[in-house]
Design a protein around this ligand. Structure first.
Ligand code: NAD
Length: 296
């Protein structure tokens, strides 16, 4: 089976490498020539446009920043829709607005092309290990047919409903991750200012109810002052904007999400948009006039 892969960034590059390792032939595309060159060195072919990717493959995976880029690549000039054949499938693994997933699927269905929205969780380390969590929306039989492709990049692949359900699930995921990071930041800043070593606080509480995957992944990065992404503040802002737009449309107030969104906006204004989202701690550090280190 020949697979097209469009978007070879922090996530897409390791994901596509795992597909090659699993034995799939790839045709890749990105605006960044050096990312393409890395994949070509690993055995992938390349193409001049999304249309050409779609002409030469039956499965087209997209891993792009947000809704506008996915719309452009799928529906734009020389886009996937122009090249896709009847029976092809678009698997969009980007995190985008659920409503846009539904629009795209409807447009593609008009041309006999299937679609799954299949955003992921787990970040760069799990993309490299091939242990991502994939949350999928779309018809059961399309999900079943392409399950092995998604499983080649993932530890778990779960269908949560019809088209758009994958991205609704991802929005829920991003609320929980953002609020967890904020809670961790508040706790570690408090401990530091109180003169208690944050590392010992982490060790003492990580096995209890306060323990979490977020705490174990991000507390060491904060204490070691490693703020290179990972997952950029700007991308989390994008996700929370999608969360709040969707929640407002549905009439669901989300006061905690709105607060963390404003903290992230402050960090962006402070020039930290490209830092990892655990740099949320620096928002609290500035207010408390303290810095969290492994040894306080
Ligand atoms: P990234 O910015 O590192 O990568 C995006 C890639 O898309 C870039 O290489 C860019 O050149 C390419 N691109 C943009 N527009 C394009 C176009 N028109 N044609 C071809 N290529 C184009 O982002 P990322 O961190 O890899 O994230 C990708 C998606 O995965 C986002 O929706 C993000 O929210 C989601 N996600 C990221 C993480 C993470 O930890 N980084 C975790 C889970 C989900």
């Amino acid at each position: 089976m020949k697979i097209g892969f469009i978007g070879l960034g922090i996530m897409g590059k390791p994901m596509s490498l795992n597909l090659i390792k699993a034995g799939y032939q790839l045709v890749v595309l990105d605006l960044n020539a050096s990312a393409v060159a890395e994949l070509v060195a690993a055995g992938a072919e390349t193409a001049g446009s999304p249309r050409e990717v779609a002409e030469r493959t039956e499965v087209i995976i997209t891993m792009l920043p947000n809704s506008p880029q996915v719309k452009e690549v799928v529906l734009g000039e020389r886009g996937v829709l122009e090249g896709a054949r009847k029976g092809s499938v678009v698997i969009d693994m980007s995190s985008i607005a659920p409503l846009v997933s539904r629009e795209l699927a409807a447009e593609l269905a008009g041309h006999g092309v299937d679609m799954l929205d299949a955003p992921v969780s787990g970040g760069q380390p799990k993309a490299i290990d091939g242990t991502l969590s994939v949350m999928v929306g779309g018809p059961q039989e399309v999900f079943d047919r392409y399950y092995p492709v998604m499983k080649a990049m993932a530890g778990s692949v779960v269908r949560t409903g019809d088209i758009g359900a994958g991205n609704v699930t991802k929005l829920a995921n991003q609320i929980i991750v953002a609020l967890n990071i904020a809670a961790m930041a508040e706790a570690l800043v408090l401990a530091t200012k109180a003169g208690v070593e944050p590392e010992l606080v982490w060790q003492a509480i990580r096995g209890g109810l306060a323990g979490s995957t977020v705490l174990d992944a991000k507390a060491p990065l904060v204490m070691d002052r490693k703020f290179q992404p990972g997952f950029r503040i700007n991308l989390h802002i994008k996700d929370l904007a999608n969360v709040l737009e969707t929640s407002h449309q549905l009439g669901v107030p989300l006061p905690l999400t709105a607060s963390v969104m404003e903290m992230m906006q402050a960090l962006k204004t402070d020039g930290q948009g490209d830092a990892d989202h655990c740099s949320l701690v620096r928002y609290y550090e500035k207010m408390a006039q303290v810095e969290v280190h492994r040894k306080a």
